[in-house]
Design a protein. Structure first.
Length: 152
């Protein structure tokens, strides 16, 4: 039986923007191994957007397999109002639907465990952990906690 994480584990990160999606396959140290950019097909309707998100996750998972890696989780972020606890996009103009159980839909279509987050909050967290704000303690991070689904 294996103990601890496998060095071949990786994750997928995918940011759903209004006109485009940006995704990456990340190793255990969160170093990008592969990146992808695709159009967000908003004009084709909400179903097409969800289809393209799922297709992008699957494509990155196939790239991981080609590198001999195992995808452990996918993380998808969207703008708008996100209920992270329920993994629902409550309102996101980019998706064209309200109260969408996006993480569940993507898990069904990809077979991957998927976490859903708010794009700005996720960006703030990433900056604090990996970017220029790494190690900084400041009150300027407070707005990230007030953006999106946690706002009253």
């Amino acid at each position: 039986m294996r103990e601890g994480p496998d060095p071949g584990d990786c994750v997928i990160a995918l940011d759903i923007g209004g006109t485009g999606m940006k995704g990456a396959l990340l190793d255990r140290s969160l170093r990008p191994l592969q990146t992808v950019r695709r159009a967000t097909p908003r004009g084709a309707g909400p179903g097409a957007v969800v289809d393209e998100i799922a297709a992008t996750l699957r494509a990155l998972a196939q790239q991981a397999a080609g590198l001999g890696l195992t995808v452990r989780h996918g993380g998808v972020v969207v703008p708008g109002i996100v209920d992270e606890d329920r993994a629902r996009a409550v309102y996101s103009a980019n998706l064209g639907r309200r109260d969408l159980p996006l993480a569940d839909l993507l898990e069904q279509r990809t077979g991957l465990p998927v976490a859903l987050g708010h794009d700005v909050r996720a960006g703030g967290c990433a900056e604090a952990v990996l970017g220029a704000a790494r190690g900084a303690v400041s009150d300027t991070t407070a707005p990230f906690e007030l953006t999106g689904s946690r706002a009253p």
